[in-house]
Design a protein around this ligand. Structure first.
Ligand code: SF4
Length: 100
């Protein structure tokens, strides 16, 4: 019985080591200014044709439904690129017109 409790404790400690930092990362503010910017040369960015300056005057990250950051800032978060900021002047092929 005592052995099982020790195993449970070790398992819980291991889970805390894995989940703790993940929660800390996801708990960061969407307005965090220190997020790395999406590199347009990254494989995912290239696959989605992401650019930091949209060539389409009416389509850019600032008015994209998938943009989750501060729309008055130059950079912010996007659901497509977790953990990185996109340019609010940018664009990618996943662009969806902001509702409303
Ligand atoms: Fe910008 Fe594409 Fe993200 Fe929309 S999905 S905010 S266009 S990077």
């Amino acid at each position: 019985m005592k052995d099982i409790s020790r195993r449970k404790m070790l398992g819980m400690s291991a889970a805390a080591l894995i989940v703790g930092p993940a929660l800390a990362l996801t708990g960061r503010s969407a307005a965090a200014a220190d997020m790395p910017h999406v590199d347009p040369q990254d494989a995912q960015a290239k696959a989605l044709a992401y650019v930091e300056q949209s060539a389409k005057p009416d389509s850019h990250c600032k008015n994209c439904q998938l943009y989750t950051g501060d729309r008055t800032a130059e950079w912010g978060t996007c659901a497509i690129f977790p953990g990185k900021d996109v340019s609010t002047s940018g664009w990618c092929s996943a662009w969806v017109k902001q509702a409303g």
